[in-house]
Design a protein. Structure first.
Ligand SMILES: Nc1ncnc2c1ncn2[C@@H]1O[C@H](COP(=O)(O)OP(=O)(O)OP(=O)(O)O)[C@@H](O)[C@H]1O
Ligand SMILES: [Mg+2]
Length: 378
């Protein structure tokens, strides 16, 4: 997809701004705290969702609380001349989004090519941070390939919450037969939803890890290899490979039943896809424990490039790439590697240091200052 025009009203510190973007590279420079990331977030929010917050109220300007509107015009293949309009509105509570005046849910079916891949400094936490970051990677990838995946995850989280409330009400006591029956009902709905989540994640995990490994070894001139493993707290790798779908449900239920005593004592659900993790190995050694800063950066870069490639292959069109404040964190070789592998995408780059972008040719350029953006013609 390509974004042509963008209009923002009352998004965080941006009161009003309008842009006509380049189909290739767009650079937003400026000092700290001027609105560069806010602008990137506005694009992401309009197309999909924020990479910074799940709180809708945080998107409004904190002083005025005025309603926010973002609209952008975009084109997709095979009709590069047809401009479409994507609109995002919020009052801080509800979000209203339309594509060509039809609700977003319907619109995204017509335009599945709408997608941003965002590189942010926090990507480093994917390898070394909490498992939540790695589950988000697998869910984000699955959702990118199958737009149902997030609602499948939401079903799971709903079932988990209900079961946890029930277990907490037992207060560590042994359940009577009626409570046991109730627990088995919760387990059944949790297991059904859990199997859907794990199948969704694993379906795309193999390609994600294969492409990430390819990018990683190219980035490191084939001197190192990256391997990724999906670690499930419920269904082992071997069982997953060999089991039929119905058997996965039985395996899942069996695992929940075995954990029952411990879960009642703990007061919450101890096993399930909400506890799954991904492990990264560089030349066979766990990157979480042994990876250097540079190696961890390379993994983060390889993962995002792998996602962009998967998306490009699936939809025949490359996603919009946002590089928020990451180029200055990378050395020359990694910087060039990213720019070389994202040429098929429209790219947005932010950063404080002009020297980081000095060598980038054919880019449009803006300077951010207190939520305003002026185009620089050099
Ligand atoms: N909801 C909001 N309402 C008003 N101002 C906000 C809101 N959210 C963030 N800001 C402010 O907007 C300013 C710009 O933030 P932003 O994260 O875009 O900065 P930046 O230009 O990316 O800076 P850096 O180079 O440090 O990353 C900051 O001063 C921030 O506190
Ligand atoms: Mg920023």
């Amino acid at each position: 997809m390509l974004i042509k025009n963008l209009k923002i009203t009352n998004f965080r510190n941006i009161e009003s701004a309008e842009f006509l973007f380049s189909p290739h590279i767009n650079i937003i420079g400026g000092n700290n705290a001027q609105g560069k990331t806010n602008l990137m977030e506005a694009i992401a929010v309009c197309i999909e969702r924020s990479f910074r917050t799940s709180r809708v109220s945080a998107l409004l300007n904190t002083t005025t609380n005025a309603p926010c509107q973002i609209s952008l015009s975009f084109t997709v293949n095979p009709h590069p001349d047809k401009e479409n309009i994507l609109t995002f509105k919020t009052d801080g509570v509800k979000i209203q989004r339309t594509v060509n005046d039809i609700p977003y849910k319907e619109g995204i079916k017509l335009y599945p090519q709408l997608k941003t891949i965002v590189f942010i400094p926090e990507d480093l936490y994917i390898v070394k941070g909490d498992p939540e970051n790695r589950r988000e990677l697998t869910d984000d990838t699955a959702h990118m390939m199958n737009k149902q995946h997030r609602s499948i995850c939401a079903d799971y989280l709903r079932a988990l919450k209900q079961k946890n409330t029930f277990i907490a009400s037992l207060q560590g006591a042994r359940p009577d037969s009626a409570q046991k029956l109730q627990l088995s009902i919760w387990n059944e709905s949790l297991a059904k939803a859990g199997v859907n989540v794990i199948c969704g994640r694993r379906k795309y995990f193999y390609t994600l890890s294969k492409y990430a490994a390819e990018f990683y070894s190219q980035l490191n001139k084939n001197n190192e290899n990256l391997k990724m493993e999906y670690k499930s707290s419920v269904i082992s790798e071997e069982d997953f490979e060999s089991a039929e779908p119905e058997r996965l449900l039985n395996l899942y239920l069996d695992r929940l039943e075995r954990a029952e005593g411990n879960e009642i004592a703990a007061g919450h659900t101890l096993v399930g896809v909400h506890r799954d993790d991904v492990e990264f190995f560089i030349n066979g050694r766990p990157a979480k424990d042994f990876g250097s800063q540079g190696q961890v950066r390379s993994i983060a870069v390889a993962l995002r490039l792998a996602q962009a490639r998967m998306f490009g292959e699936k939809w025949g069109e490359y996603p919009v790439i946002i590089l928020d404040d990451v180029l200055s964190e990378l050395d020359e070789a990694r910087r060039e590697f990213i720019l070389k592998h994202t040429v098929k995408s429209q790219v947005f780059i932010t950063g404080c240091n002009r020297n980081d972008f000095a060598k980038i040719a054919n880019a449009k350029w803006w300077e951010a200052e207190l939520g305003r953006f002026s185009e620089v013609n050099e």
